[in-house]
Design a protein around this ligand. Structure first.
Ligand code: C2O
Ligand code: CU
Length: 480
């Protein structure tokens, strides 16, 4: 193991040792207009055409009220079609996607293509890249998906992600030598909609209670944790044959839950993080924050094995079954395989392999600009901040095209924050892996670099959707 990795580890896991309170701003104002963001209308989506020979992949999604069956319990929610997760959208790297959203919800919505380095105008952020899509209206998203990998999509309006509005997006690698027999897409979700009110009423409750209740932030105790829309009492069963090589694409579509994931009786090899290859690394379990994706591979044994995603710091878990034998008894849904307590891997412990996303060749050079962001909470209130300011109060972070940008996220709170940057992938410093979302642990810090190669106005925010809505969100713009 090289020294750079060691220093990265120290920085990331050990934190920066900064005082937690002093750095928080004393600012108490809230509300008001977004600084430096004139209200803007966009009109019809800017049109773009596939280039000659580019394959076009078309899909249609209807966002609408739906009734789901959660182990016999009927719940009303909003979904893409009749199920949550919604339908898988799949294409090959370099394809041109044309996806029509039909909004049959009683509310404005949009779709954000999480993790895709796409053109800014298709990014799905109302007020920043498009007008909100009104009830009854349609909107066509057209973009090229440049990089292979495991992604997902969801609305970028309020806390709609915490309903059933999410689905996987997989971009295949035409150059990949496939050494898997089977692939299992595993979408994790925390569920309260239709059971504990709805996500909007939950946000009101959080605001009313403030953040003083559990350390510096209340977390939501969800009634259900789901794998592919199913609670542990009615689990998904994934079939394979003993000895087959299975690729698991794990997507955390939750709004407020970090998971520890393990497959009983198996070691897991991490091969990709947020779609981008890592130096392959074996582990017993991974920690996955909201918005993060891990590709894992394993050779399956003979029997019936639990795939468990334990809700970190909460009670409850998501559960599914991997079955390679018809006769083996299914493990109980509350099983906690030993692997959960063994070696645990999370984003800062991964290393990048030689793969560098196109245009990012200089990402490891000396930074031209450093942006330091302190993640905090405003004393006792459910108000989450970046450098002491909420989204409404903050000015955009500004970069110039082609510079090497270094971002340092310093978590001054006792809750983890999965930080997500739209339209870019960034590499953790000193040889880490590539991410578009990275979990910054309580009182920890993460440093990352990228080349500013995708001009536009982009969101950067915590992917705890309640934190984002309560202020932990900002824009990153390119100097004209
Ligand atoms: Cu999946 Cu702005 O986020
Ligand atoms: Cu957060």
């Amino acid at each position: 193991m090289t020294n750079p990795l060691l220093s990265r580890r120290t920085l990331l896991v050990g934190g920066l040792g900064l005082a937690s309170v002093g750095a928080l701003s004393a600012c108490t104002s809230s509300g008001g207009n977004k600084a430096g963001m004139p209200s803007r209308t966009f009109g019809a989506p800017s049109s773009v055409s596939p280039s000659a020979g580019q394959k076009v992949v078309e899909a249609s999604l209807t966002a609408r009220p739906a009734t789901l069956d959660l182990a016999g319990r009927q719940v009303s929610t909003w979904a893409y079609g009749e199920a949550a997760p919604g339908p898988l959208v799949r294409a090959t790297a370099g394809d041109f996607l044309r996806v029509t959203l039909d909004n049959q919800l009683p509310a404005d919505t949009t779709i954000h293509w999480h993790g895709i380095r796409l053109r800014n105008s298709a990014d799905g952020v109302p007020g920043l890249t498009q007008d909100p899509v009104k009830p009854g209206a349609k909107y066509v998203y057209e973009f090229t998906a440049p990089d292979p990998g495991t992604y997902f999509f969801h609305p970028h309006v309020g806390v709609q992600l915490d309903r059933g509005l999410y689905a996987p997006l997989i971009i295949d690698d035409p150059a990949e030598s496939v050494d898997f027999d089977k692939e299992w897409v595993v979408v994790l979700d925390d569920w309260l909609d239709g059971i504990m009110g709805d996500p909007d009423t939950e946000l009101e409750t959080l605001r009313r209670n403030g953040s003083g209740m559990i350390g510096q932030g209340s977390e939501i105790a969800y009634p259900f944790y789901l794998v592919n829309g199913r609670p542990p009492a009615d689990p998904e069963t994934f079939q394979a044959a003993p000895g087959e090589r299975v690729r698991l694409r794990i997507i955390n579509a939750s709004s407020d839950t970090v998971y520890r994931v393990a497959l009983g009786g198996h070691r897991l090899k991490v091969t990709h993080k947020d779609g981008i290859p890592t130096l392959p690394k074996e582990t017993d379990a991974i920690i996955i924050g909201m918005g993060e994706r891990y590709d894992l591979s394993t050779t399956v044994g003979d029997g019936a094995f639990p795939l468990v995603a334990m809700a970190e710091g909460k009670s409850g878990q998501a559960y599914a079954v991997l079955r390679t034998s018809a006769s083996a008894a299914a493990p109980p849904p509350d099983v906690q395989p030993d692997e959960l307590a063994r070696g645990i891997l999370w984003a800062p412990l991964l290393s990048g392999d030689d793969h560098v996303p196109r245009g990012q060749e200089r990402a490891g050079d000396k930074a031209d600009r450093t942006i330091t962001i302190q993640l905090g909470v405003r004393g006792g209130r459910y108000v989450w901040t970046m450098n002491g300011k909420t989204f409404e109060e903050a000015d955009p972070f500004v970069v110039s095209r082609d510079e090497v940008v270094r971002i340092i996220w310093q978590n001054m709170s006792h809750m983890p924050h999965p930080m997500h940057l739209h339209g870019h992938s960034f590499r953790l410093t000193d040889g880490g892996s590539w991410h578009d979302t990275v979990l910054v642990g309580p009182m920890g810090a993460v440093a990352a670099q990228f080349v500013a190669d995708n001009p536009g106005a982009w969101m950067m925010h915590c992917h705890n959707i309640f934190h984002a809505e309560a202020g932990m969100m900002a824009t990153l713009g390119y100097r004209a």
